[in-house]
Design a protein around this ligand. Sequence first.
Ligand SMILES: Cc1cc2nc3c(=O)[nH]c(=O)nc-3n(C[C@H](O)[C@H](O)[C@H](O)COP(=O)(O)OP(=O)(O)OC[C@H]3O[C@@H](n4cnc5c(N)ncnc54)[C@H](O)[C@@H]3O)c2cc1C
Length: 480
Amino acid sequence: MKLLHCDVCVVGSGIAGISAALAAREAGVHVVLVSLGTLGSGASFSGTTWGLGMVGPLSDSTEDKEAFVQGILAPAGDVATSEMAEVLANRFYESLAIFECWGAVLEPAEKGQETHRSYVPCFDTETRGWFGFHAGPSRDPLVRKLLDSGVECFSAAQALSLLKDPGSRALSGLVASCEGEPVAVVCPCVVLATGGMAALRKPTLSSGQCRGVGASMAADAGAQVANLEFEQLMVGIKTSGAPAVFNEKLWRYTRLEKDGQDVFQLAGIGAREAKAALEAHSWHGPYTSQRPSRKVEEAIWAVGGSCDAIIERPEGELPHFIATYMDWLQEAHGLGFGDKLPIAVYHQASNGGIVIDPKTCQTQVEGLFAAGECAPLFAIDRLGGIASSQAMVFGQLAGIEGAAYAKRRPLAPGAPTGQLQLVSCPDEQASTLKNLDASELKCKPEQWRAYHQAHGEALLEACIQRRVASGKEPGPILCP
Ligand SMILES: Cc1cc2nc3c(=O)[nH]c(=O)nc-3n(C[C@H](O)[C@H](O)[C@H](O)COP(=O)(O)OP(=O)(O)OC[C@H]3O[C@@H](n4cnc5c(N)ncnc54)[C@H](O)[C@@H]3O)c2cc1C
């Protein structure tokens, strides 16, 4: 088996993984990055929309940061992690400057508070700082930065299992399959940045690589996962390729039809209620069971889960954000105003995942860190635009803290070489690895994939059954 030694091993190369790897490298340690997709992949770079709106406080002032934290906590219900919101607010602008310096292409909202406001997406009533992350143009510079910095990168590399020393129980690295070849990365610190779990459900708007492997690996190692039932559902447009996001700001101009008939009428929803639901939905993209806008998705489900959306062009000059989205939709999919857009409700992103210490990103397992959508800021309804922000902020933090941890607790030179335990293994009998011998790896990568998938599904299932709102009744389940 190919054997690599490093200080920090990062799993994933979305915004969180790239940020963790570069931050750890800049802290002066040797970093290996393994990514299932190409370098620059996952939901961060999936191409299902024009880019990602990244939201933070309006400015770096204490007042704006406090207001931002309150803006996050308000829709998030009592499951929000206020400490994470505070760290996000406090580190946002510093992280943004670093991210840009590394090569991320960010488009600020046009000048003025009002313009910022017109971009800010979901569940928010205040003006925030808005920055458009252009995934396509950002990928090459960020990947170049990874390679130039000396991060040892492996794409088409599937992380299979964490490794533990059965004697000391210390984390000892991980095993991956890199283009079919087994590789053991021996290190004191692993950062999981594997994205969310939305692709465990169908249909999904997220990248197919987001199958909850991080949650599965972390839970296997003894870390806590939480609030997995809070998953974002969002309307998307079916295309011949990957589905496209339906931009929420268009709802107020949209008519829904099924075989030429009004969808709301078919669903028994009156015209006034339908108009109110569309107007309310223009304020946020994801489905929420807590607001009148839910009638939109409920009407779609009532007619079988899919229908046509026809967007009428509003009069006058188009707001910049709508124009950007419609230009992208035309260019990427040949679709525009007046067309019949086939839409459905998709699983989009996770609001729950691995529990981390907000100040260090460490899980409850020594040496195991996590960041991004696999370890999100827990919420019922998540303020729009903070998923990418938290991937950037906590990705950087995980890299810095992971590097510091690795410096404090380096693995002894050459160690460990004897018997290592595969923390996750489809075959329990084969979970000990002697002298990192590849022939001891009895299971194929596909078996690991199936193992993590089944584990992720079981976590989701168990989570939904366990959670209760009042202690007696099942809590809000966001899936129909
Ligand atoms: C359609 C859509 C629109 C969105 N719009 C917005 C928006 O406007 N604003 C916003 O803030 N957020 C938005 N989000 C959410 C946001 O995109 C994600 O939360 C964020 O990009 C997650 O970044 P990440 O780095 O944590 O994970 P990802 O970008 O998903 O990266 C995960 C990485 O892990 C790798 N990986 C997975 N499993 C393994 C494995 N076993 N071994 C090795 N590598 C593995 C993948 O290959 C990938 O590189 C949107 C999401 C979707 C799907």
